[in-house]
Design a protein around this ligand. Sequence first.
Ligand code: TYD
Length: 133
Amino acid sequence: MLAKIINLPKFEDPRGNLSFIEENNHIPFKIERTYWIYDVPGGEVRGGHAFKKQQEFIVALSGSFDVVIDNGKEKQTYSLNRSYYGLYVPAGLWRQMQNFSTNSLALVLSSTHYNSNDYIYEYQQFLKYKAAL
Ligand code: TYD
């Protein structure tokens, strides 16, 4: 298990369902940033990179997509398609998002502010980084 699916609270109601996320409660970090990915054209791939420090939690608020997680030795694909669970991605993993459905909306909660120095953009560099840990 490279990343972890976390089920969120779900209040089912004839008026519509409700879910929520509390930092350091449902997810194991403090939320410093929230961003979302939307209007992804068919066939596009997002996020082919790794983070040195950033942890994140990804939810498919609408539609569906796959998150491929790779620790340099093995890969696992997680399909996200409901808004009452998400994927916790610890730091130091290569991750890619793909197979976005039409009108999908990916919510990403991050443990850090945006910092391009935290990114590893090249896969070979990622493998070196993992080997040196
Ligand atoms: P990037 O993380 O490379 O997108 P993806 O991983 O989905 O392919 O970010 C795309 C651009 O947006 C890049 O120029 C940096 C900018 N950006 C911010 O300024 N702040 C943010 O919080 C994020 C996630 C991206």
